[in-house]
Design a protein around this ligand. Structure first.
Ligand code: NAP
Length: 351
């Protein structure tokens, strides 16, 4: 199926033509998940629902809306699949007793969604306009329109940005203790960061690791007092203060870290099996600024369950959820948003 911009190159030209020729027009429900607006023989395609994002949240929204015959368009991002595409083995997604590789899980989810007729645009959204219905989503030169939008672009864990760190992601370097901690039974681990996330990860990792060292760039933690107390009194946790990691050592797996003491400038090396970074997350919501309500960190503020500050625009997954951040919780949010979107369309009489 073609999208509207293939029929009309140029967003403004299209609307100019519509205004000129709008003397006779009609909405025709095609029963195929979108509306056709006939204007003097010209056709504009308006979707019932567009989903932005293709991690577990976006794909679950797509699954439910596709099965509900809403024929969703998924704008999946240039690198589709979300954070799980960067993960190795996933052992905590229900239904896979032997575990499954992150990219394989996402491929299966996408296949399942495609089976029910969802369409995909594997590119990034460049602009949104939620000021009136139909909502407009711009992807490069193409403008897609819909009665309803589900936002599921997720959040990315922040990394130190070292080349050596990036090469070892999934090979001992991780940003998710809940996802990867169990691979480090009786091993030594370092955790980078000094906030609540770092201490939470460190405490969680003590279930598996023989020793956890928190490496922090200052001598004072940002984490809450209660988390500090728990971490300080844990026998498996120790702290390395005023230190920055310069390099993650190891070729095919993490073997150690090279560090610099920021007070003395002295460099040192330390052996480790695991390298966990917990210096915060960044929601992928830059393109939404000024269009819906975001909190000071950029997470979507939801109201009435899955709805955003704009009626007809819903959110699912890590784009609003900074607490749980799991594939399974994101998938659940995707299901919730799809059900709410379906109810919204029904209430608006969009069938
Ligand atoms: P955060 O509070 O912003 O802490 C980030 C930590 O990472 C800081 O200690 C910071 O150091 C360090 N850091 C940042 N960039 C760094 C870099 N490039 N190199 C080395 N270190 C770096 O982030 P968070 O811990 O993810 O917490 C985010 C929010 O969620 C907070 O409000 C937190 O309270 C909440 N949270 C709560 C819980 C809980 O209650 N159980 C659990 C997790 C998160 P500096 O201190 O020097 O800036």
């Amino acid at each position: 199926m073609k999208n509207s911009s293939h029929i009309f190159p140029g967003y403004f030209l299209r609307y100019f033509i519509i205004v000129i020729f709008s003397l006779s027009y009609s909405y025709i429900s095609s029963g195929k998940g979108y509306y056709l607006l006939f204007v003097e023989g010209l056709v504009v395609l308006i979707r019932k629902v567009i989903i932005i994002g293709s991690g577990p949240a976006g794909l679950t929204s797509a699954l439910y809306t596709a099965r509900g015959n809403l024929k969703p368009l998924v704008i999946s991002g240039f690198q589709w699949g979300g954070q799980l595409m960067l993960t190795s083995e996933v052992e905590n997604y229900p239904g896979f007793p032997e575990g499954i590789m992150g990219p394989d899980l996402m491929s299966l989810m996408r296949k399942q969604v495609e089976r029910f007729g969802a369409e995909f645009v594997d590119d990034n959204v460049t602009k949104v306009d939620f000021s009136r219905v139909p909502f407009k989503i711009t992807v490069g030169d193409d403008v897609h329109e819909a009665h309803c939008v589900i936002l599921a672009t997720g959040a990315n864990a922040m990394w130190l940005g070292l080349e050596s760190e990036q090469k070892l992601i999934g090979k001992g370097a991780s940003s998710c203790a809940t996802c990867d901690g169990a691979f480090f039974r009786n091993r030594e681990i370092v955790v980078i960061g000094g906030g609540d996330s770092a201490l939470e990860e460190a405490l969680f990792l003590t279930k598996f690791a023989s020793k956890v060292t928190v490496i922090h760039r200052r001598h004072e933690l940002r984490a809450s007092k209660i988390m500090q107390e728990r971490a300080f009194k844990h026998e498996k946790i120790s702290f390395l203060w005023d230190s920055e990691v310069l390099e993650v050592l190891g070729k095919d797996k993490v073997e150690g870290v090279r560090m610099r003491n920021l007070k003395t400038n002295e460099e040192s090396e330390m052996k480790t099996d695991g390298f966990f970074v917990a210096i915060g997350h960044k929601p992928n919501s830059e393109f939404l600024k000024g269009h819906i309500d975001l909190d000071e960190r950029g997470y979507i503020i939801r109201k009435n369950w899955t709805q955003t500050s704009v009626e007809g625009v819903f959110s699912a997954g890590d784009i609003h959820d900074y607490r749980y951040r799991q594939a399974v919780t994101a998938a659940a949010h995707g299901c919730e948003a799809a059900i709410d979107a379906e109810k919204y369309l029904e209430a608006k009489g969009v069938e």
